[in-house]
Design a protein around this ligand. Structure first.
Ligand SMILES: O=C(O)CCC(=O)C(=O)O
Length: 263
């Protein structure tokens, strides 16, 4: 149960992020780590060149390509647990829907820099990014599986456009690089067991080091536009829904997808 739900909501609403220390028990993280490491080892073997040259994340962790039925159930039960759904609903009350999962790790090329971005910048030009920030919400839940340097975030930037420094660095204008430091950035160090919630719309970057491995769960507020981003293969089978404490994250997505099909 998330204590002081309204406090969570107002912190997230104002700052664009929320850290809950020791949210998960050592046993919860240890079981999750086993499943994720299975995925990660198989994924690395299958993507050896990409992994060596440039990768810093993988995605579709709940899909059928690398994990067997029982491991997928374990992941779905973790995501669809009362404690996770409660915390999601405390910051996103209106029909939160499952989008995807990603796994973040250190790039093998130690010269590879991290980079400031808003997630929406890869799909929209600057004018549309302003609208997206204003109108839609995507939430990341970061679950570090080991202690890690964490994330650097620009608090409050989920609700406002960039200042000059931020824009030039983030979009590499005026000969700035997206890996340069920002005076408005705030580092959030994370330990295994912590949970970080942050808005995908805010200006952020990952901090590399300590051989990190973090599971990110992506959730969107039910705007049908994001239903197209969801890969069917990453959703649970109907038989898996009953096993979860709370399957609403997935049933909301399924409802949106079936709505999109009939339109
Ligand atoms: O951890 C990273 O390397 C980047 C994370 C990130 O940008 C994201 O989760 O959207």
């Amino acid at each position: 149960m998330v204590e002081n739900q309204s406090l969570c909501n107002s912190n997230y609403d104002e700052q664009g992020y929320l850290v809950i220390r020791n949210f998960f028990s050592a046993a919860e993280i240890s079981s999750l780590r086993k499943v994720i490491l299975k995925f990660h080892d198989l994924w690395k073997r299958d993507n050896a060149e990409f992994y060596q040259e440039e990768a810093f994340n993988s995605s579709l962790i709940t899909g059928t390509k690398y994990l067997a039925f029982n491991d997928r159930i374990e992941l779905f039960n973790f995501i669809g647990s009362n404690k996770i759904i409660n915390v999601i609903e405390s910051v996103m009350p209106a029909n939160p829907s499952f989008m995807n999962t990603q796994l973040f790790f250190d790039p093998q090329n130690r010269e590879q820099n991290n980079f400031w971005h808003r997630d929406c910048q890869y799909d929209y030009d600057e004018e549309d990014q302003k609208k997206v920030i204003d109108q839609t919400q995507v939430l990341h839940l970061r679950v570090p599986l080991f202690d890690e340097p964490g994330m650097e975030l620009v608090p409050g930037s989920h609700k406002r456009w960039d200042n000059d420094e931020e824009l030039n660095v983030r979009l590499e204008k005026k000969q700035r690089a997206s890996s340069e430091s920002l005076s408005t950035g705030k580092e959030i160090k994370l330990a295994a067991g912590d949970l970080l919630l942050f808005s995908a719309d805010m200006i952020h970057r990952g901090l590399y080091g300590l051989d990190r491995l973090a599971l990110d769960i992506l959730v969107f507020e039910s705007a049908a536009v994001y239903a197209d981003y969801v890969d069917d293969d990453c959703l649970p089978d109907i038989s898996m829904l009953d096993q979860m404490e709370d399957s609403t994250l997935f049933t909301n997505t399924m409802a949106l997808k079936s709505l999109a099909c009939t339109e």
